[in-house]
Write a protein that binds this ligand. Sequence first.
Ligand SMILES: NC(=[NH2+])NCCC[C@H](N)C(=O)O
Ligand SMILES: [Mn+2]
Ligand SMILES: [Mn+2]
Length: 298
Amino acid sequence: MDINLIGVPVQYGCDKDGSQEGPGRLRELGIKEALENNRNTVYDMGNIFVPNILPDLKYKWHKKMKYLNPLVEINKNLAHMVYCSLSANCFPFVVGGDHSLGIGSIAGASKYFDEMAVIWVDAHGDINDLETSPSGNIHGMPLAASLGVGHSSITNLYYEGRKIKPENVYILGARDLDPGEIRLIEKLNINLYTIDYINSNSLDGAVKEILSKLKTSNVDSVHLSFDIDVFDESLVPGTGTPVKDGLSFDEGRYVLDEFMGSKLITSMDFVELNPALDQDNKTEILCMDILRFIGELL
Ligand SMILES: NC(=[NH2+])NCCC[C@H](N)C(=O)O
Ligand SMILES: [Mn+2]
Ligand SMILES: [Mn+2]
């Protein structure tokens, strides 16, 4: 498979310094070779341009959405890069940076395909709008924006209108949802597989159900957005918003094995490594193990 590796060294969406170092650090550790696995061809497209913005300016563009205009610009450029990758028959592999990049990657991929599904593997829903967000951090809003909910500068990014239909969205691993996120998930009837659900049923059951729903729906493509904070907080100190009771390493591998192994996935994000917060390189080592595993599955 031909893969386009696209770095997005952004931290404005999480408003925590360090996640902008993610793509550079993972390159140093050999992400290209990991994804190549002596089999694939990886074209490293470099990084999407991220301007330097002083923290004093975070509310300059909107009082409830930090760094709005820079994030719009970054995501528009990312969207076009993802669209161009797919047009060139390459698999876009987007590495962050914080999860606000999901706005751009989903906009770009959904423009290319007719009916795209999204699997959101994350401790969070990232389905806040500017009114429900407790933080004003845009990395908590990409899924809502992709569904057409939120400020028009992010819902209409790259092209006018909603990017994905609610019935094509699958959230897996959630265990820290804000009240407004739960309301929207219920209102839109989003497919939700929380950690509570997984613990009282099974991970295997949840994953198999997602795959069977995908196969019986009319989607022609699936974007997998993988936030490393889906892993238990003890495994990923190097992420900005760790949450307890997450997946084990083997469970994370299992999820990727099933989804990537199904050959349904047509683009992917890998986000929220924050090297500045890491302890004894634990998180970056885990990331590289996971990336090598992904390389075997691509
Ligand atoms: N991509 C992430 N790690 N998102 C964390 C979001 C946390 C919280 N729900 C918020 O909206 O601020
Ligand atoms: Mn996330
Ligand atoms: Mn998260």
